[in-house]
Write a protein that binds this ligand. Structure first.
Ligand code: SF4
Length: 194
């Protein structure tokens, strides 16, 4: 039978136990004197700069991708430290961008629901762009206003609106607005204001 511990022996045993568990917590378990070195997560990745698509702040992001089974895959996204808007920071929503990129619910192709139909069907980008162009021309031909009631030339196309994404560059935004104004559109806006 073991002899009962004295008060002093009891505290000595307890403090040794606390020190041992703290050392294990710090990764100094017996037999693991040398810490495991994991390969650097971003090794052999390609950096691509982009813009967070979620809100009007338009924070800059850096996307890291690498080849996996013959396909390029984005494996990490973080704030772009060189972007003057966010200087490397992202809000919680932007910090979760990787989940959006790989979401099984993400649309990767244009879809159309024809008039009278309750079904969405996938179409190619070429078909989608051709259809949009055809509908725009039809609407402009029918509703373009060359002169107002006083006979003043106005060249307005009021029946179609145009919205530019906040993820495009300044140059693409500039060209988009020039194209829309050139067609006579008055109602222009950007997702950056939403
Ligand atoms: S990171 Fe946040 S604040 Fe920045 S654009 Fe995305 S959603 Fe907006």
């Amino acid at each position: 039978m073991n002899a009962p511990l004295s008060r002093r022996q009891f505290f000595r045993v307890c403090s040794a136990g606390v020190m041992a568990s703290s050392a294990v917590g710090l990764g100094l378990a017996p037999g693991q004197a040398v810490a495991e070195v994991r390969p650097y997560k971003l090794a052999r990745t390609t950096e691509t700069r982009g813009t967070c698509p979620y809100c009007s702040v338009s924070c800059g992001v850096v996307m890291y991708s690498r080849e996996e089974q013959g396909k390029r895959k984005i494996i990490h996204i973080e704030g772009d430290p060189d972007n003057p808007v966010n200087k490397g920071t992202l809000c919680p929503k932007g910090a979760g961008l990787l989940d959006m990129v790989h979401s099984p619910n993400r649309l990767l192709q244009p879809e159309i629901r024809e008039a009278g139909s309750s079904e969405w069907k996938t179409i190619s980008w070429d078909d989608a762009l051709s259809k949009v162009a055809r509908l725009m021309k039809k609407d402009r031909d029918a509703n373009f206003i060359e002169k107002n009631a006083e006979g003043v030339t106005v060249n307005r196309w009021n029946s179609t609106a145009f919205i530019v994404s906040s993820t495009v560059s300044n140059e693409a935004g500039y060209l988009g607005v020039k194209m829309a104004r050139g067609l006579g559109m008055v109602a222009l806006d950007t997702q950056a204001r939403i």
